[in-house]
Design a protein around this ligand. Structure first.
Ligand SMILES: [Zn+2]
Length: 766
């Protein structure tokens, strides 16, 4: 049947596809040690990486460093702008958003990590409830798992292939039954057959495969005293070689012992084969695959996870076979602890509570000794230890004072940066929320939340800016709004020249140092989301946008608890800052006249005054049709001349322009000298006056011109049609600029202008 045929084809195609894709991920099978040395020769810095270096490389791979400086004019950077979105946001179900302060702190620690100065430490991410710690760590581990299994992040580990024929002279009794192999495979607990070469399918195997449970780098199988010579031979003389031989971060390559199991296998083989090259023929390198779910390379414990009764793991079947092969039951002890599985990997505790307190104590010895005792065998544990901690859990480890210098705390505070806080709302409620707000209002919501998280007093700021009253239009008297700008990496435009000069690197560092204590109190991330939800459901409307009065009303009516956290006068200052900013935007949008536009206005004006009032003419310079009305002339005169002109004065100006035009510009300059209208004295003087007044009186239409104000208010209504054509053009121009330059929708631009008019902002900041 046709359907069957079709099905068959698509099934075949699917299988082909799987075949192709899965082969890709399986590509890297165990390779002989010789080939490993070839790879080491080709990419030494890639092949010689411990967990700390690999983790650092992972961070470097996912975090983008921006070239931008924090504030163009400060030369020496205190901050780097890190974009951590590929690390914490992309492809994650629960994104974590880092602000600039945290990103800088985090990246600094990651840099120390690589250099090996901070090994034998436990990194505790420490922060208040609701700061997103567990999201942070989960995303971090997830990305590491992905990275470590890519070609870029891949490392190799030891696997022995003990050649039965060679070791036992073809002893038939030792051939392995398929059943035994299957058990071996399952017992290894690494049944992610997609990636490993499944041993049990290899029915004619003539070797016993013994993996290094400690995931040791194959290079470490080389005796310590030979390593330097080998590397000197193998690696070309370049910068990397110099670093390898001199830097602390590579000490492990020369000093670290291979695990006790591998070491005893090596020695047993040496005894029997007598020749190192024969021993290394049985040494293979296989990819170190990370799998959090199986606890391979990454183990994560929650406080409720019960400790295992049996901490020591062995593999009886494999042990029996090894013993039979070497005919000695004590030479090679295939026994290890759970910690071996995360050697060269990551061990993480989600919160120091319940059973995780015991685990933390257990880590005590391991971290200080770098060793773990498995019966009488010493097992080395070089791992990256992470833990999360809430402030109240600090007392759980208070009884271990020696712990303190083994712990590296990394604070995860609440978000202190406005943009990051807004990103969180967008992520939770959807990007569309932005469209319900007038520009800057959503950011101001975030500012109110953040103000509860930062200190009210600042010694550094008091030292820097002595007189705060000069900034009363832009900032609160505690300068918290200024602090927030700096935390976001901005030097606000409204800062006075003298203060920008004194904001040097030292001062900036002092301000940032103060920020270290912020973000531990105030409204948590969870609180903020709850309050936002409340606010948004109450104020988001179909027909109008959320504005500043809405925001102030909401927070003024808020329950006592959160409201008490907002400093007195903060809302008023925020409103004043908003008013000033929106007025600046309107001003810039009105002034944004290009030369062409000005020239056109002047040409049309000259044409208009040379014609009768109420006539409709075509301007000989611009070819535009002009209806010469009083309103038309006034609208241009308002830009040309000073305020408060009466009718008489206007008439004088028109007469002057007419006279200059007819007696000089037209009859002499244009007709005799052959000049263009724009080169005439009349045009030039009008042009200068126009620009001069434009700058001075940019807001005048808002203050002086009733018609203009009415036109804005009538915009988009039936009444708007009746307004003067010229005024309508100005209104349209203003609204278009607000949209183009500041991201307003047309409706939003109109609402913002009405806000400016209704609150008489033009006069307020005169
Ligand atoms: Zn080993």
């Amino acid at each position: 049947m046709e359907t069957n045929a079709l099905n068959k084809t698509s099934v075949d195609q699917t299988l082909d596809l799987l075949d192709k894709n899965i082969t890709d991920s399986q590509r890297l099978k165990p390779v002989p040690f010789e080939e490993f040395l070839n790879m080491l020769n080709a990419k030494p810095s890639h092949m010689l990486r411990n967990i700390f270096q690999t983790f650092h490389d992972m961070i470097k791979c996912y975090v983008d460093e921006s070239e931008d400086t924090i504030a163009g004019d400060i030369d020496k950077l205190t901050f780097t702008k890190y974009d951590c979105s590929r690390l914490f946001v992309e492809d994650s179900e629960n994104p974590y958003f880092t602000d600039m302060l945290f990103a800088n702190r985090f990246m600094k620690q990651m840099e120390y990590l690589r250099h090996g100065a901070q090994q034998n430490r436990i990194y505790i991410f420490y922060g208040p409830h609701g700061c997103g710690k567990s999201t942070f760590l989960n995303n971090l581990l997830k990305k590491f798992e992905i990275y470590a299994n890519t070609e870029e992040g891949l490392r190799y580990e030891i696997v022995w292939r003990l050649d039965i024929k060679k070791l036992k002279d073809k002893d038939k009794s030792l051939s392995i039954s398929a059943f035994e192999k299957l058990i071996h495979y399952v017992e290894k607990g690494e049944g992610d057959g997609m990636k490993h070469e499944p041993i049990f399918t290899d029915t004619n195997a003539d070797y016993i495969e013994v993996p290094c449970i400690s995931h040791d780098n194959p290079f470490l199988a080389i005796p310590k005293d030979q390593r330097r010579i080998v590397l000197d031979e193998l690696i070309k003389n370049d910068e990397f070689k110099w670093r390898l031989f001199t830097e602390k971060e590579y000490e492990w390559v020369f000093k670290e012992e291979v695990c006790t199991i591998c070491s005893s296998i090596y020695h047993s083989l040496m005894e029997r084969l007598g020749n190192p090259s024969e021993v290394f023929k049985m040494l293979y390198a296989r990819p170190y695959y990370f799998n959090r779910r199986l606890g391979t390379g990454i183990s994560v414990f929650n406080p409720g996870d019960r400790p295992l009764k049996q901490n020591i793991v062995s593999n009886e079947m494999l042990q029996k076979r090894i013993n039979a092969l070497f005919q000695d039951s004590n030479v090679i002890n295939y026994m290890y602890s759970r910690f071996a599985k995360i050697n060269n990997g990551i061990y993480a505790l989600m919160d120091i509570k319940a059973h995780n307190i015991e685990r933390m104590v257990e880590l005590h010895n391991i971290i200080s000794e770098g060793l773990h005792k498995v019966e009488d065998i010493e097992e080395r544990v070089d791992s990256l230890f992470f833990a999360l901690m809430n402030p109240e859990d600090k007392r759980s480890i208070r009884d271990f004072p020696s712990f303190e210098d083994r712990i590296q705390y990394i604070d995860i505070p609440y978000v202190l940066d406005v943009k990051t806080e807004v990103k969180i709302y967008n992520n939770i409620f959807g990007r569309h929320i932005e469209g319900s707000f007038l520009p800057m209002v959503l950011e101001n919501f975030a500012r109110i939340i953040i103000c509860t998280r930062i200190g009210k007093k600042s010694m550094a700021l008091a030292e820097w800016i002595k007189d705060t009253s000069k900034y009363k239009n832009f900032c609160d008297d505690q300068l918290m709004l200024l602090k927030m700008e700096l935390f976001s990496g901005h030097i606000p435009k409204w800062l006075k020249e003298e203060d920008i000069k004194t904001l040097d690197n030292t001062m900036l560092k002092k301000i940032i140092a103060e920020s270290e204590i912020y973000g531990k109190e105030g409204l948590s991330g969870r609180d903020a989301i709850k309050i936002f939800d409340q606010f948004y459901s109450q104020y988001a409307k179909e027909d109008r946008l959320i504005n500043m009065p809405d925001l102030c009303t909401f927070f003024n009516k808020l329950d006592d608890q959160p409201k008490k956290m907002i400093p007195q006068g903060f809302l008023e200052s925020l409103l004043r800052m908003y008013d000033y900013s929106v007025l600046q935007q309107v001003k810039e949008s009105l002034y944004y006249y290009n030369e062409e536009q000005i020239a056109k206005d002047i040409k049309n004006y000259i044409s208009a005054v040379t014609n009768e009032l109420d006539s409709i003419v075509k301007c000989i310079f611009t070819q535009e049709e002009i209806h010469v009305t009083e309103a038309f002339l006034e609208s241009i005169e308002n830009r040309l001349l000073s305020e408060d002109m009466d009718k008489k004065r206007r008439q004088e100006i028109r007469n002057d322009v007419l006279k200059e035009y007819t007696t000089r510009a037209l009859t002499h300059e244009i007709m005799i000298e052959g000049k263009n209208i724009t080169e005439t004295r009349l045009f030039e003087s009008l042009y200068d006056r126009y620009v001069h007044n434009l700058k001075k009186k940019v807001l005048e239409p808002f203050i002086e011109n009733e018609n203009f104000r009415n036109a804005i208010k009538d915009f988009d209504t039936e009444k708007y049609k009746a307004h003067d054509k010229r005024i309508k053009k100005d209104v349209k121009f203003l609204l278009d600029n607000l949209s183009g330059k500041f991201g307003y929708s047309t409706q939003g631009a109109n609402e913002a202008c009405i806000y400016v008019i209704d609150n008489d902002l033009a006069n307020k900041f005169k």
